[in-house]
Design a protein around this ligand. Structure first.
Ligand SMILES: [Zn+2]
Length: 296
């Protein structure tokens, strides 16, 4: 359906077509970013089910497209298969396809899309000697996946060791945990809704992460292995700076329920939009499996 980069406009177009086709989708704006872009959640069936989120990072917008497509595929089945509909009415699906819309726009179109944060973005890029295309953070130069309250102080120490002490294109965790609207939006949602399981989509590496400390759910490894068997992805463990501070870490730490990070695709970020069809096949298998076992 979309051949180019999956930006905020593509989200809105996809949203419109889905809401027209499937009026049973519940749409909710969780928050507005500092650049006044919506962070939107869509639910099919019961809210207390599985949560799937994408585009925490600017270069990773292909994960938003994956989640819209998955939502569409789930809706088609909900609409036509009474067994699936009944299951979802007990334990449904909520997707937040684009957690960080400001970061996505900056990564595609540059600092001019950052509103009054334009000069902050500009300075951060200059300090890091980086191009806007490699922008991962939000418009305030905070990496959302370093901003969750899970081992936050340890993540902060590692950032400082790497010389990252102020807003940056990537890996700056902010002044304190949950300081950012994007992070707050997801935390508030999860504290309110009784999600059975959560998954965060990132790119790239074709890897599945499932653990974080002592609250890791005992079922998680078996689920991760089953997803790996279905897709050919590998079960892996984050290293160094990638440990802690992330959404799945926080979800595990907070609720002790299964949560996963899927590192979609293989190559260099941002992944080419052309890989979508081929990679989505594998992603679908994993997401559908997660949804199926949760609704049992
Ligand atoms: Zn990422």
């Amino acid at each position: 359906m979309y051949s180019g980069e999956f930006d905020v406009n593509a989200c809105l177009e996809y949203e419109q077509s889905l809401l027209e086709k499937f009026p049973f989708i519940k749409r909710k704006v969780l928050a507005k970013t500092v650049c006044q872009r919506d962070i939107t959640a869509y639910t099919v069936g019961n809210e207390n089910g599985v949560l799937m989120c994408g585009a925490f990072h600017g270069m990773e917008r292909i994960t938003s497209q994956m989640l819209y497509k998955f939502l569409e595929d789930v809706c088609l089945r909900y609409d036509t298969n009474i067994r699936i509909k009944r299951a979802l009415l007990k334990c449904g699906l909520t997707v937040v396809p684009m957690v960080n819309p400001d970061g996505v726009q900056i990564s595609i179109y540059g600092e001019k899309t950052a509103g009054c944060y334009k000069s902050l973005v500009n300075q951060s890029l200059k300090r890091a000697k980086a191009n806007h295309k490699s922008w991962q953070a939000n418009a305030r130069g905070v990496d959302i996946n370093h901003n969750f309250d899970a081992g936050y102080n340890e993540v902060k120490e590692r950032e400082i060791q790497m010389g990252i002490k102020s807003p940056a294109p990537t890996r700056y965790g902010g002044e304190f945990a949950e300081s950012e609207r994007e992070t707050q939006a997801l935390c508030t949602l999860c504290r309110k809704v009784d999600f059975k399981c959560a998954v965060a989509l990132h790119t790239q590496g074709r890897e599945i992460y499932y653990d974080f400390g002592e609250n890791t759910n005992p079922k998680s490894l078996a689920i991760a292995k089953a997803m790996a068997r279905l897709s050919g992805y590998k079960v892996a463990f984050p290293q160094g700076i990638a440990v802690g501070g992330g959404f799945k870490d926080w979800f595990i730490d907070c609720f002790g329920r299964p949560a996963f990070t899927l590192e979609i695709g293989k190559g260099e970020n941002p992944l080419e939009p052309e890989i979508f069809d081929c990679e989505y096949k594998e992603v679908f298998k994993m997401l559908w499996y997660l949804l199926s076992i949760s609704t049992k």
